[in-house]
Design a binder for this molecule. Sequence first.
Ligand code: PLP
Length: 395
Amino acid sequence: MIPITKPVFDDDDLALIQEPLKSGWVVQGKYVQQFEDHFNGFTGSRNSVAVSSCTSALHIAMAALGLQPGDEVLVPAFTWIATPNCVEYMQARPIFVDVSLDTFNIDADHVERHITPRTKGIIPVHLFGLPADMAPILDIANRHGLWVVEDAACGFDSWYKGQHVGTFGEYGCFSFHPRKAITTGEGGMLTTQRRDLAELARSLRDHGASRTDLERHEQKYSFLLAEYQHLGFNFRMTDIQGALGVTQMRKAEVIMAGRREAAARYNDLLAEVEWLRRPFQDSHSVHGYQSYVCLFQPQVPRFATHDAMFNRRNAMMASLEAKGIITRQGTHAPPHLHYYSNKYQIRPHDYPNAYMAERLTVTLPLYAGMSEDESEQVVEQLRAVFKATSGTRAA
Ligand SMILES: Cc1ncc(COP(=O)(O)O)c(C=O)c1O
């Protein structure tokens, strides 16, 4: 069995997560703070604010930036559903922008045509660890007076022109779900260069409180509760997760080296395989390889004729699953999920690249410590199931 991913846990993780249990302080406390400090150090962000998930990080970002009912926010049409959902939570409207089928990221050339007087911001996503093309996005945002919130759920150790993703816009939002390179079970992080936005995010993660529980307990008159200045949430990370975050950060370089090694091996093994396009790379980005997502393209993907390729991809993935090799579609195209297509009357041809990306992507297993033998097995079996499915037709 070769799983899609494997988190890296060792004795350090096992030891430190016991500390909050031993001390009895298990809610957001000193380990969450240490995790945030590590995250600042790694990413170069001035401020990091740990929360319960990337979804809650995005939700806080929308609330902190004052998104109002009826406002519009531009989001890519190929991303996890959390990206548009955080706009919906505020009764605002996500406006989908089609992606590039080469990079799977928002197509900067399509952004400007979707801007209206109601547009307030853009949420570029660094999908699968490939940085979105931030220079044109920031330029458009500046010219139109829009904020930028980076969905960096998959962006750990992803760099754009030498700068870590998540540090360009008003906020960056990261995920520590187990499909990500480092994990705290569930968990997320907001990054921001602005101190005022960091303070607001800290307050909003804890119901809008003026000080944290830890600060209150460390001060005189700890029996007096905080003041509540904003309508906030309970999006706090526990200190058990914080402790795990600390030990995960301590070995982040090693984990990432292992993941990059596995990705480089696929790049070599798949170099001659024309029907499976490898993840995009360019000279100004460093790919974080949260996932190794390929495009299945035995022919040039065209919206009108890609059904047979979609069926064949699924047949191949089913055969791999039967052999114990676990793959996944890259992610989904939210505008084509029932909630959005029904609410906004969206049809597949409105976002053709996102639609094809959903139906033609294949994520290969990738984790630190993946052996050469495992990588070779994956590619060998891929070749075998490709041959075996040559007769697959459109439904
Ligand atoms: C692009 C993107 N945004 C947001 C999220 C949500 O992250 P979380 O599960 O931490 O809420 C994910 C999760 O996979 C994601 O891939």
